[in-house]
Design a binder for this molecule. Structure first.
Ligand code: THG
Length: 443
């Protein structure tokens, strides 16, 4: 397979709005023999984009420029000699493995190009750092050197009453505004979940995906397609131009179903969240979390040929401080499992639904935000790479009042048998306060 794309004008974007790198991230999973750019621009105008592709593409690169930009009669004036001089430099600079001509070029252009490039060595594809390389209209790359990434959680009919009401009322314009608000608040990926019994989830997913794809501020970002129904995920995947994340698949229905879904994710070119869930159920102990993630990784890498950098594990964030003794170590178990998974499974990332951890403090956002902040402080140190969060409502660890922070740390790190009791007491003092993030919002 050879793929050639077109940067349509000086905006540096394809007709559907992608930058060169976003375009490459979208098609790279096909492992094309060659990737290139053609048409729309003359060789001089095309050069920066060819250079960008040459820097990024770990395969061969082609360039087929027009014979300059069209004149007022729609004709192309660049002579074979002029064009060959520019394209010859592409080859001399090691940008290309193949050149040719698009609009306005004729056999004499082609012979001039052949003569200009013939003496130069072909380009050698670069070795790039291994990263999860996602895209919307713009690239979003996430690797070991990058900061923690925020996935916006609010476009979720089960996670937000406001969003659910908007979707049920068919008010998609306001629903898209929820996505935009999350981008304003720092979300770098948008999670979308339409799993609600009363909804036609597939239709809602498709409608919303198509709408956010035409909202410039939102369309920049990669999407995370969140559903427990494969048919909804696949309906979503068919709508996305960029490289998305499937949220989620797992071994819960056995290996054959897992492999089938993983192969489809790979063919659609999506990264995947793998839940620590198998035929026996959801993993709650550290051992089970690590064991299921390892088994999933081996199946994905060895049997499916999945790119390890496209695997994101979710070792299950469960609620702490519920009053049930077995739940006391849930925060710590996630953190410890994250540390082991990152050590054991090369290039894979770790994610989780952060707001789950504080469910028992619903109604007290100051305490919920403090729990998220403390939880992330330790989970990120253990190697957590990204998380589904209420973007813009994350308190800063250092800013937490000491009494609250200490009580929360005891709960998250399971440091005291009476940690929950103590946090309940401290929480009373904060129950009517506006959360820090809510106060600071405008800042
Ligand atoms: N792992 C993965 N995906 C997930 C989760 C996970 N997707 C869904 C969920 N968990 C993450 N998303 C949310 C979204 C919202 C909330 C929690 C998790 C939440 N919502 C407020 C509440 O319920 O109190 C909503 C209040 C309101 O209606 O505004 O807490 O773990 N892979």
């Amino acid at each position: 397979v050879m793929i050639s794309g077109t940067i349509t004008d000086a905006s540096g974007r394809t007709l559907s709005g992608q930058t060169t790198e976003a375009f490459w991230n979208s098609v790279r999973h096909a492992q094309p023999f060659m990737i290139g750019l053609n048409c729309a621009l003359g060789a001089g105008e095309l050069r920066p984009y060819v250079a960008e592709l040459a820097r990024l593409a770990d395969t061969r690169v082609s360039a087929h420029p027009n014979a300059g930009l069209p004149n007022e009669f729609g004709e192309y004036d660049e002579t074979p000699e002029e064009m060959a001089e520019v394209v010859g430099e592409f080859a001399a600079s090691g940008l290309v493995n193949l050149v040719g001509g698009c609009c306005g070029t004729r056999p004499d252009h082609i012979s001039a190009l052949a003569a200009a490039v013939g003496s130069h060595a072909p380009r050698v594809p670069p070795k790039l750092p291994v990263k999860c390389r996602l895209s919307g209209l713009e690239p979003f790359n996430l690797g070991p050197e990058d900061l923690f990434a925020n996935v916006g959680e609010r476009c979720n009919v089960t996670g937000s009453a406001i969003f659910r009401r908007l979707i049920e009322a068919d008010d998609y314009a306001a629903a898209v505004a929820v996505a935009r608000q999350q981008v304003d608040n720092g979300a770098q990926i948008i999670d979308v979940n339409m799993d609600e019994g009363m909804l036609d989830s597939e239709k809602a997913m498709v409608t919303f995906m198509n709408l956010i794809a035409s909202e410039p501020d939102v369309a920049r970002l990669p999407v995370m397609i969140d559903s427990s129904k494969w048919s909804v995920i696949e309906a979503g995947l068919k709508c996305v131009q960029g490289k998305a994340v499937v949220n989620s698949i797992s071994l819960k229905e056995g290996e054959p179903a897992f492999i089938e879904q993983a192969e489809l994710c790979r063919d659609y070119g999506a990264a995947v969240i793998i839940m620590a869930f198998d035929e026996q159920g959801q993993a709650d102990s550290v051992e089970r979390k690590v064991e299921i993630c390892k088994r999933s990784y081996d199946v994905l890498v060895d049997k499916v040929g999945f790119d390890p950098a496209d695997i994101i594990f979710d070792p299950n964030i469960f609620a702490v401080a519920t009053g049930i003794e077995e739940h006391a170590s849930y925060g710590l178990d996630f953190i410890e499992a994250t540390r082991r998974i990152k050590q054991l499974l090369p290039h894979a990332l770790v994610s989780g639904g952060v707001s789950n951890v504080s469910f028992s403090f619903r109604g007290n956002n100051v305490v919920r935000e403090a729990i998220h902040s403390v939880f992330l402080y330790y989970a990120i140190r253990a190697g957590m790479d990204l998380g589904i969060v209420n973007a813009g409502q994350l308190a800063i660890y250092e800013d937490l009042p000491t009494d609250l922070r200490d009580a929360v740390e005891d709960v998250v790190l399971n440091r005291n048998v009476d940690a929950t009791e103590r946090l309940l007491e401290v929480a009373e003092r904060y129950k009517d306060q506006k959360s820090g993030a809510a106060v600071k919002g405008q800042d």
